[in-house]
Design a binder for this molecule. Structure first.
Ligand code: 5AD
Ligand code: SF4
Length: 443
């Protein structure tokens, strides 16, 4: 029946949550549409947007502008915008962009089939927020897929003063553990090996369920599933990372030695203004305990420079904390004022050139830390989950360590999709190289 189906192209901006949402869009539309990566042959073009910083929003608006000519060439084409910018702008987006047919919010994904049908008749907006996960349609896993993202909760109740997420994704609600387990089991049955659990704040998973479950309970239940070689999760809020979860890093074999734990700033004054509800000392205490139970742990983080009121001294506190925590990787951003958020109204906004200069200095420190972490891996033989041929080095394979670093290595092509033992032979600031040694022992 594939030949009778129409084609959908989906362009994704932003975070892992959006990547997972785009995959869900393709699944809910699968009865009528096949996915294509060639927008010029699509009947339906969906753009999944991100509103976290102004720059990502600007990129979306400029792409939408360019699509005018596209639509002229293919008048039957339906163009839809979803995700956080759609949620934030709603009707305004439809008014501003005449060649747009559909605007759907962060909770509109499951209603997409009917929304697209409506958009074929009339221009449509749906930015209603809900508070539960509808039953997900069963689906087939793409052949050869070894890793997947599984959404376990939506929304956020934290209201960090810089962040637009609680406004565009609504309050927290969790998915039923049985549904999550069923999805993971079906992935494992299809040959999957690695699962990343996703939510804006996974540590508060399970609170609103009819039968409340803790995140730790969910992790234990999934980590015990036969065939699951690797389990990860993102994102954790430092204030909610429980002692039990910290200890499980030394305990549960499937749980990877990698944790993304956004700190945002190393200054107590700024953390308070950000409404993060932990201090630098609390954060470093948790890091210390994590490293104690799991010395190999690779810690990654998010950092914001130039938050309103940030002085050179506050910034120095951030640089010092980076060294103390020994981050293996960080995602760093210049503070960007967002609609509705409290920090956008704070008086002492930091000038753009100061933000840019701090970002450069911070990234230089991170490069140094990353290179040091890479060098520590030199000569070691590590387990790699092989994703497939390397995009960067012809003839090589590419995979990821349990600690989350990407390795390009030489080895037989048939290793794709398998676990392999690889010796790390070269450490560069942004990459690792290696050579295949042998198959990984069965888990
Ligand atoms: N400005 C800059 N960075 C931001 N982030 C969230 N909101 C903003 C903002 N207004 C960053 C935080 C968060 C990551 C996903 O994006 O570091 O952890
Ligand atoms: Fe945004 Fe803070 Fe919620 Fe993370 S915890 S999504 S930074 S409000």
């Amino acid at each position: 029946m594939g030949g009778l189906k129409k084609k959908v192209a989906i362009r994704t901006f932003g975070c892992q949550m959006n990547v997972a949402d785009s995959e869900q869009m393709a699944r809910v539309l699968a009865a009528d549409y096949v996915l294509t990566d060639r927008p010029e042959e699509a009947d339906l073009l969906l753009i999944n947007t991100c509103a976290i910083r102004r720059k990502s929003e600007e990129k979306v608006l400029s792409l939408l502008g360019r699509l005018k000519a596209f639509k002229k060439r293919r008048p039957g084409l339906i163009i839809g915008v979803g995700g956080c910018v759609a949620q934030q702008e709603g009707e305004r987006l439809l008014k501003a962009i005449p060649h747009l047919d559909l605007v759907f919010g962060t909770h509109g994904i499951y209603r997409l089939p009917e929304l697209v049908k409506r958009a074929e008749q009339e221009r449509t907006v749906d930015i209603g927020l809900s508070s539960c996960f509808p039953e997900a349609p069963g689906h087939e896993w793409p052949a050869g897929r070894v890793q997947t993202l599984v959404t376990i909760m939506q929304g956020c109740n934290n209201f960090c003063s810089f962040c637009v997420v609680p406004y565009v994704r609504g309050r927290e609600f969790s998915r039923e553990p049985a549904d999550i387990e069923a999805e993971v089991k079906s992935f494992l049955a299809a040959g999957g090996k690695e699962v990343t659990l996703l939510g804006q704040n996974v540590n508060s998973y399970g609170r609103g369920l009819a039968e409340p479950v803790t995140f730790m309970e969910l992790v234990r239940r999934l980590a015990a599933l036969p065939g699951l070689a690797r389990l990860r999760f993102a994102t954790s809020h430092p204030k909610d990372l429980s002692d039990e979860l910290i200890e499980s890093f030394g305990e549960l074999p499937a749980l990877c030695e990698h944790l993304h734990l956004p700190v945002q700033s190393g200054s107590d004054r700024i953390l308070k203004a950000m409404n993060r509800r932990y201090t630098r000392e609390h954060y470093l205490d948790k890091v210390g305990r994590l490293k104690q139970v799991c010395p190999e742990l690779n810690l990654s983080t998010d950092l914001i420079v130039g938050f309103p009121g940030e002085t050179e001294e506050d910034f120095q506190d951030t640089l010092a904390l980076m060294r103390e925590a020994g981050f293996g990787q960080s995602f760093s951003f210049k503070y960007s004022p967002r609609p509705n958020t409290r920090a956008a109204e704070f008086p002492d906004q930091v000038p753009e050139p100061v933000k840019a200069e701090r970002l450069r200095r911070l990234q230089a420190v991170q490069d140094e830390l990353t290179l040091a972490a890479h060098r520590r891996l030199l000569g070691q033989v590590k387990e790699v989950l092989v994703e497939g041929p390397s995009k960067k080095s012809a003839g090589q394979l590419c995979g990821r360590l349990r600690t989350n670093q990407v390795v390009n290595f030489t080895g037989p092509q048939e290793l794709a999709g398998r676990l392999a033992m690889v010796e790390i032979t070269e450490a560069h600031p942004h990459s690792l190289k290696g050579r295949w040694v042998q198959e990984a022992p069965a888990r």
